[in-house]
Design a protein around this ligand. Structure first.
Ligand code: SF4
Length: 357
């Protein structure tokens, strides 16, 4: 379901207004370390990241913005807290968008200076209200979701008074339920594009679960124009998980879908290392094929036949399927290699056909 929000441009990426939900991540290098930051952004670009955010906590980071931008392809967002001057200077330095939490910028006349600069340079601003840094006046509000939305709307109204509507909004909480409630409320009250995220969601495992549940519920009901999966892990995983969420919901096509069984006492082949190896090797592949790795004859042949390529376990060997037909038997000793060789052939054929079209 496409979101029917205002269109906002971030560099050459458009979000909102029915555009595909864009995937963001954030670097965890020191932004002023240009070499490391550029290298990290290039890795993110390689796995499909469409917009990147960098922390701007000092003037060295501001000075790095133009140098980083020269070496990357995707739009860059400057993330600023506390210092309105840094926000103004980051815009001057060429940031494609800035993210502020007006609550920690301070007085509204200082926020106004940032908005006026964004208006002058025609760049978008994300009003990012977080449960961890809500304005003190909402500290007594028991309903965090309501407090997040009230605070966000207050800043939206302020920006609109300044005739500035180039806005993206977020109301993140580390609680999945509060985030869902807040975004639902916000989506019913405004039509600005929404940046979704569950903040500080945790490690690769717990963050993936919390983000998948929270973002999944919202995206499935048509809420959300851009997403970031926050993980205490390599940011590359954030991009993979974000696209996997979108692919699972049928909102974006990202790459191969791997169907594999959980294994049980009937399992005749070593499914887990085969799946792990295939997943690792297909990490950078963007061709949307279905690969099945199934442990026995109960569901194996059916799933393997349904997939583009599949293997179903039998007694100390597997049966390789391609395009719905059984091709040959393969030994358990080199199952991953044989399967991968067939997958590569299929990908080459698909790419050749595409080139001819
Ligand atoms: S496909 Fe076979 S091995 Fe895998 S979970 Fe099902 S019954 Fe068990």
């Amino acid at each position: 379901m496409a979101s029917n929000t205002r269109k906002v441009r971030i560099g050459d990426v458009e979000i909102g207004g029915g555009n595909p939900v864009a995937v963001q991540s954030m670097t965890n290098s020191k932004t002023e370390n240009i070499k490391e930051t550029v290298a990290q952004i290039k890795e993110l670009e390689e796995v499909g990241c469409e917009i990147v955010r960098v922390a701007v906590p000092n003037r060295k980071a501001i000075a790095a913005i133009p140098k980083i931008k020269k070496n990357i392809k995707i739009p860059l967002i400057a993330d600023i807290h506390f210092h309105w001057e840094y926000a103004v200077e980051a815009i001057e330095a060429g940031a494609d968008k800035i993210r502020i939490n007006p609550g920690n910028i301070g007085k509204l006349d200082l926020v106004a200076k940032v908005i006026e600069k964004a208006k002058e340079k025609d760049i978008a601003v994300r009003i990012g209200v977080n449960s961890g840094s809500l304005h003190p006046k909402y500290s007594k509000e028991k309903d965090i979701a309501k407090a997040l939305v009230k605070s966000c709307i207050e800043y939206v109204n302020f920006c609109e008074k300044l005739k500035f509507k180039n806005l993206v909004l977020s109301v993140k909480s580390s609680s999945v339920i509060d985030s869902i409630n807040a975004y639902r409320m916000l989506a019913s009250e405004t039509n600005y594009p929404l940046h979704l995220g569950i903040t500080e969601s945790g490690s690769l495992m717990s963050g993936t679960i919390k983000s998948s549940v929270g973002l999944g519920v919202l995206l499935a009901s048509g809420i959300g124009d851009t997403i970031r999966v926050s993980l205490s892990a390599d940011p590359v995983h954030e991009v993979h998980v974000a696209f996997q969420i979108l692919q699972a919901l049928g909102l974006r096509s990202y790459g191969p879908e791997i169907i594999s069984c959980p294994t049980c006492g009937r399992c005749d082949i070593d499914v887990i290392p085969v799946v792990e190896e295939i997943e690792k090797q297909l990490m950078k592949v963007r061709v949307p094929i279905k690969v099945a790795v199934m442990g026995c004859v109960v569901n194996g042949p059916g799933e393997a036949r349904e997939a583009d390529i599949g293997v179903a376990g039998g007694k100390k060997e597997g049966v390789l399927f391609k395009g719905g037909k059984a091709l040959r038997r393969i030994s358990t000793s080199n199952m991953a290699e044989e399967l991968m060789a067939e997958i590569k052939k299929l990908i080459e054929d698909i790419e050749k056909t595409k080139e001819k079209e």
